[in-house]
Design a protein around this ligand. Structure first.
Ligand code: AKG
Ligand code: FE2
Length: 504
């Protein structure tokens, strides 16, 4: 599928351009064909049409007989051939091959759902989206009535009722303004009227159902619904204490605290760093403990967080190295999987929407160079580290809160231990959204192209550090590329010493 990676989506632009050209070529050939048909028509129209009463006499002229038979045998046979001729079979064939590159229904719903997910996280109304919220990148887009209707139905199918409602209202508003659309007012109101009731807006349900009856006075369903709504209204007015049945169906999603905190952090709210603690965060040049490779080119090291320590290395990787890594990954990118702790199987899920792949050192010297640099700045042993993972996030691309260290059922676990540390390399800036956030501690890291952040997932006593729960916020505008390097416990015994106390 396309929607989970912007990189793959860009290919669709080429696909569309290609389709336009092919279709144009095809129409040219069809036009030539029609011109040919017209000339045939002209020819047959010149045939005699006024025959004398006495056909027998007429046909007994051998020249006439000859001409008639010849016409039927030759000209009409030609017409038969020409009309049966498929003018451009090769074009039709190539077109059907190209159609295979057209996104699936799943893709279409995926991008719509991505949009709704962004709305949820960043609290965006349709208005914010249509009137410039996303225009920073300089391309002004808006949604047509049919598109608004589609987004609404996808949101509804995915139980995102709040946004389904708002987009459906937007579609209706556009129709009332007289916009031309394939969807009709009746279809929209048919959806919206009972939906208004479910959303707790009885007055609107009544108003809309009346509109339906105006459009079609014989609408039996609408008449019945209206009776029911009127009855509800009366009973509410009669007995104000009676809880209105409207609203009974409202789906109120209850997010666990962590989820709320995650979304707030993504919006740039709720960052828990006191000024006092902030003053204790520093920037310095690091030689990785007099590492010979860093002595002459020390790393720009910055404290991002204190408890637990999260460190950022600026200019960790060059633009050229990034280009190479992207180039190596592009053909291999596939939808990222998550591990099911119960079955031990990998599966694709909305909680992780991105495409990823792994790069080995034999693929290019850049991979070993980057791995070496990770070893140099962390001072950890790379023998048991996982290969370099590269990920590209698509529209609404995200990774919901998780622990990198959680690797139940990992067969390697016994041999090489848990993921003691994570190095996350940002290979792009992101225009809007896409931060890496830590909901438990209230930290948010902005992607900065070329920088890398490092943290320990395990405490010094080897247990999971619960504070390292983290997430990749949905990308709102932009194309996010990252690389992950997970370093395993085994081999670090002499690099990172065990703690003396239980909880360090
Ligand atoms: O992309 C990010 O910001 C974080 C990615 C992440 O946490 C992961 O892939 O495990
Ligand atoms: Fe992670």
């Amino acid at each position: 599928e396309f929607y989970s990676s912007i990189d793959h989506m860009t290919k669709l632009v080429a696909t569309e351009r290609d389709l336009i050209q092919s279709f144009k070529d095809y129409v040219t050939v069809e036009e030539a064909h029609v011109a040919h048909l017209k000339s045939c028509l002209q020819l047959v129209e010149s045939f005699p049409r006024d025959f004398p009463e006495d056909l027998e006499k007429y046909i007994s002229n051998p020249l006439t007989a000859y001409k008639l038979v010849r016409r039927l045998k030759s000209e009409w046979m030609m017409v038969e051939t020409v009309t049966k001729l498929s003018p451009a079979p090769e074009f039709l064939d190539s077109l059907s091959v190209k159609f295979q590159q057209i996104p699936s229904d799943e893709d279409l719903d995926g991008v719509a759902l991505g949009l709704v997910r962004l709305q949820e996280t960043y609290r965006l109304q349709p208005k914010n989206i249509l009137e410039g919220g996303l225009m920073e990148v300089g391309n002004v887009e808006t949604l047509s009535t049919d598109e608004a209707f589609h987004v609404a139905t996808v949101a509804h199918k995915n139980l995102k009722f709040h946004y389904a409602y708002l987009w459906m209202l937007e579609a209706l508003k556009q129709l009332e303004e007289g916009r031309v659309a394939r969807v009709t007012k009746k279809e929209v109101i048919n959806f919206l009227a009972p939906f208004s009731f479910q959303m707790g807006d009885l007055a609107q349900a009544i108003y809309l159902t009346e509109q339906l009856l105006k459009l079609d006075p014989n609408d039996f369903n609408a008449a019945n619904h209206l009776k029911f709504y009127e009855h509800m209204k009366e009973s509410i007015q009669r007995n104000r204490t009676e809880t209105p049945a409207s609203g009974a169906h409202i789906y109120v999603p209850s997010f666990p605290m962590e989820q709320q905190s995650y979304e707030a952090l993504c919006r740039g709210e709720g960052i828990k760093m006191t000024p006092r603690r902030q003053r204790a965060l520093f920037c310095r040049y690091s030689t990785g403990g007099r590492n010979p490779r860093l002595i002459y080119a020390p790393m720009k090291e910055e404290d991002e967080w204190d408890q637990p320590q999260i460190t950022r290395y600026h200019d960790f990787i060059s633009d050229k190295e990034i280009d190479t890594i992207k180039q190596l990954s592009r053909p291999k990118l596939a939808r990222a999987m998550v591990l099911d702790h119960i079955t031990g199987r990998n599966f694709s899920a909305e909680i992780r929407v991105s495409k990823s792949t792994w790069l080995t050192e034999d693929e290019d010297p850049v991979v070993s160079r980057v791995n070496q640099r990770i070893a140099d700045v962390t001072g950890l042993d790379m023998q048991m580290a996982e290969e370099l993972q590269v990920a590209n996030y698509g529209i609404g691309g995200q990774y919901e809160p998780h622990y990198d260290s959680k690797l139940a059922n990992d067969s390697e676990f016994e041999a090489v231990g848990g993921r003691i540390a994570t190095t996350l390399i940002y290979m792009s800036d992101v225009n809007m959204g896409g931060a890496t956030v830590f909901p438990t501690i209230g930290a948010a890291l902005q992607p900065e192209k070329g920088s890398a952040v490092v943290w320990y997932n395990l405490l010094q006593n080897g247990q999971d550090d619960q504070r390292t729960l983290h997430a990749a916020c949905p990308v709102l505008v932009g194309n996010k590329w990252v690389s992950n390097k997970w370093i395993r416990e085994r081999g670090q015994e002499f690099r990172r010493r065990c703690a003396l106390s239980e909880s360090e």
